[in-house]
Every structure is written in structure tokens, then in C-alpha cells.
Design a protein around this ligand. Structure first.
Ligand code: NAP
Length: 245
């Protein structure tokens, strides 16, 4: 089976590096036109240039709702549609509970959860009119099993799951499917700061004995965006080497 996304327009938030860039690259390889979104416009432009002529870059902070509404309107005008939304933008502000500042909590919830709400609400309007859409939210296994030092991040990622299931129920009758991909530990800037000891200990806990690559996550996202996944909605698919089974 070959995944063919020709004629679809995809928005990938946080598509300028890491997992998001891997997703943007795979969707483009499957024939989609891809809008690469990041806060840093130059980085997003470099990523879009790498993907080819059909990709475009947009600078937008998803934590700013007015900017998100403008982004979605601009993509629909400039690229002709918005069929596939991948809410991948995310940040961490890790600390143990008693040291977590209010701003650590607010920044993570705003970017990871409120951002996905804002993009989904804005994109759903056009999808409802066109009666077709795919929304894929990138959560984390940390949202399923928790992690010391990540109460804020885990809350945002668990929140995404409840959000996605509710929206999946609301939008299913219009052929708009909403699913969650929950990566385990993936090689990106986000995990690069880990010490060698922490990494070795982590690899021992993962049945497949390695961290994942962005491409491991991207393949599942492309499948969920495709016609092959047309009877799947409201699901959480872990891509974690077996960590959270
Ligand atoms: P990363 O390497 O740190 O990249 C984060 C991306 O998100 C960048 O493109 C960044 O763009 C963008 N971004 C961050 N905040 C944003 C905002 N407010 N508005 C718009 N764009 C924003 O992260 P990653 O490891 O690829 O992670 C991607 C997603 O997967 C995140 O949601 C993360 O929580 C999730 N995840 C990662 C792992 C892992 O092990 N790496 C595991 C599970 C889940 P700019 O810097 O240009 O703004």
C-alpha cells in the first residue's frame, strides 16, 4: 500500500525541526502541500525550502490565539485549503512539583494544550464546510504514564487526549477524524540534554532498546492522514518502542 496525499493541504505546527520536521517531510513525500509552522520564521523557511516547492513557511506562536486565527485564514487563502492539521508544537519547562513556577505551568499549558485548541477550532470551521478533515495531535507517553519532573508537561499531554476524544465525537459525522499519536522518547533537541547515564537507564526500560527517530512517528501520522485510516477516530497510538504497554 502506498500512502497518497496528493491534493491535500497539511499544516504541521512545530514543523521546523525535530518530530515536526520529520512529519512535514513524510507528508510532503506522500504528495501533500505542507505549511511548516514555527515561532522562528527563518527556521521554518529553511525547513520549507528543504521540502520543495509545494511547501510554505509560516511564523506563528500557537499560544497566541489571534495569531492562530490569522494563520489558518492565510493558509486557506494562499494554499487553497486546510485538510490535515498536525498539532505538534510543544515545549517543556521541567521541574519537580514543589519547584514548578506558575509561569512554568502556564507556558507549557498555553503552548501544548491551548495552542492545539486554538488551531483545531480555527481549522475545523473550513473542514466542517468541506466535510473532510484529519486532525492529528502529538501527545506523549508521559501523558499516559506520567514522569517525575514533568507534571506540567504530562498534564498538557493528558489534556490533549481528552480534548481529542471529545472533538472526535463532535466532528465524526462530517468525516473529520481526530486521533492522537503518543511518542515515547525520540531523538530531537528536546531529548538531547539527557546525560549518558540517564539515556542508558532509559534504553534499558524500552523493550526495543533504543530511542525512536522522528521518522518512526511520521509514518503513523501519514497513515492517520490517509484514506487507509478512514474508520479510525478518537484513538491514541503510542509510538514508543513498547515503553508504555
Ligand atoms: P523540538 O525539537 O523542541 O521542536 C519543537 C518544535 O515546536 C519546533 O519546531 C518549535 O519551533 C515549535 N514550537 C514550540 N513552541 C511553539 C509555539 N508556541 N508555537 C509554534 N511553534 C512552536 O521538539 P520535538 O522533540 O520535535 O517535539 C515535538 C512534539 O512532540 C512536541 O509536542 C513534544 O511534546 C512531542 N514529544 C516529543 C518527544 C521527544 O522525545 N522528543 C516525546 C513525546 C512527545 P521554534 O523553535 O521555531 O519556535
Amino acid at each position: 500500500m502506498r500512502i497518497d496525499l496528493t491534493g491535500r493541504v497539511a499544516v504541521v505546527t512545530g514543523g521546523s525541526r525535530g518530530i515536526g520536521l520529520g512529519i512535514a517531510r513524510t507528508l510532503a513525500e506522500c504528495g501533500a502541500q505542507v505549511a511548516v509552522v514555527g515561532r522562528d520564521g527563518e527556521r521554518a523557511a529553511a525547513a520549507a525550502a528543504e521540502l520543495g516547492a509545494s511547501a510554505r513557511a509560516y511564523a506563528c506562536d500557537v499560544a497566541r490565539t489571534a495569531d492562530v486565527d490569522a494563520l489558518v485564514a492565510t493558509v486557506e487563502r494562499e494554499m487553497g485549503s486546510l485538510d490535515i492539521l498536525v498539532n505538534n508544537a510543544g515545549i517543556t519547562r521541567d521541574n519537580l512539583l514543589i519547584r514548578l513556577k506558575d509561569s512554568d505551568w502556564a507556558d507549557v499549558i498555553d503552548a501544548n494544550l491551548r495552542g492545539a485548541f486554538a488551531t483545531t477550532r480555527a481549522a475545523a470551521r473550513g473542514m466542517l464546510k468541506r466535510r473532510w478533515g484529519r486532525i492529528i495531535n502529538i501527545s506523549s507517553v508521559v501523558g499516559l504514564i506520567g514522569n517525575k519532573g514533568q507534571a506540567n508537561y504530562a498534564a498538557s499531554k493528558a489534556g490533549l487526549i481528552g480534548f481529542s476524544k471529545s472533538v472526535a465525537r463532535e466532528l465524526a459525522s462530517r468525516h473529520i477524524l481526530v486521533n492522537v499519536v503518543a511518542p515515547g522518547f525520540i531523538e530531537t533537541d528536546m531529548t538531547a540534554a539527557m546525560t549518558a547515564e540517564a539515556r542508558a537507564a532509559l534504553e534499558q526500560r524500552i523493550p526495543l532498546e533504543r530511542l525512536g527517530a522522528p521518522a518512526d512517528v511520521a509514518g503513523v501520522v501519514a497513515f492517520l492522514a490517509s484514506d487507509a485510516a478512514s474508520y479510525i477516530t478518537g484513538q491514541v497510538i503510542a509510538v514508543d518502542g513498547g515503553l508504555a504497554m
